[in-house]
Design a protein around this ligand. Structure first.
Ligand code: FES
Ligand code: FES
Length: 233
């Protein structure tokens, strides 16, 4: 189709909705109109953010931000965050607690596991603004080099890691898994959903299945967990 035919078609379609006395819509006018509408819409959403009382991040007038107060490893933190910030990025980039690792950033590896209000979660899959007032525990909050958490000590004793990249997530998960079992929460492999689950090798492996270890330290991790659980694999 040549240019004059294209223009004729556009003029023809535009002609169907042309109001009497309005200027003729040409391809050029149509493109200008579309550009103006997009700019108007963008401006509208910006002013909505400001009018609704949301705080705009410093130096970034177009980025909506919110104040978030969280208790991380027993300390209260007040953060002004872009509302799209994940809990993982809040912890690593804003609080500089880099023990929690970013593996896939898609909820598939478990490297980012932290404990929020007693439950293990993938911190890459949740927004920080959803955890206003939450108690967050990262690997830094479980123990210190001088006084390891029993699970950290068991990982060292049973050689539950090689490169160590998955280890903070594995340990946070392992701690919360044993708490889950103690609390009687069933898993996919629990045969009787009403009976109290036991910390068997099968239960622990199933519950830890979201924590991937590229070095394959799984059996050593299970041994460490078994020791902490005080049971037999
Ligand atoms: Fe969150 Fe992989 S980084 S699951
Ligand atoms: Fe290397 Fe688990 S110890 S990925």
């Amino acid at each position: 189709m040549n240019d004059s035919n294209k223009q004729a078609n556009i003029d023809g379609v535009a002609g169907n909705c042309e109001a009497e006395g309005s200027p003729k819509i040409t391809r050029r006018n149509l493109l200008k109109l579309a550009g103006t509408s997009a700019a108007t819409l963008a401006g509208g959403s910006l002013s909505m953010h400001s009018v609704s009382g949301e705080v705009l991040a410093p130096g970034a007038a177009s980025v909506p931000a919110s104040k978030v107060t969280m208790h991380v490893n027993g300390m209260q933190h007040e953060l002004l965050l872009d509302t799209r910030t994940t809990l993982l990025d809040a912890v690593r980039e804003h609080l500089h607690l880099t023990g929690t690792k970013k593996g896939c950033d898609h909820g598939q590896c478990g490297a980012c596991t932290v404990i929020v209000d007693g439950r293990r979660i993938n911190s890459c899959l949740t927004l920080a603004v959803m955890h206003q007032g939450s108690q967050v525990t990262t690997i830094e909050g479980l123990g210190t080099p001088a006084k390891l958490h029993p699970m950290q000590a068991a990982f060292v004793k049973h050689d539950g890691f090689q490169c160590g990249y998955c280890t903070p997530g594995q340990i946070c998960s392992a701690v919360a898994v044993l708490d889950e079992i103690k609390a009687g929460v069933p898993s996919h492999v629990s045969i009787d959903l009403l009976a109290s689950p036991r910390a068997t090798n099968l239960e622990m492996r199933e519950r830890m299945s979201g924590n991937i270890c590229r070095c394959g330290a799984y059996s050593n991790i299970a041994e460490a967990m078994t020791e902490v659980a005080g049971g037999q694999a």
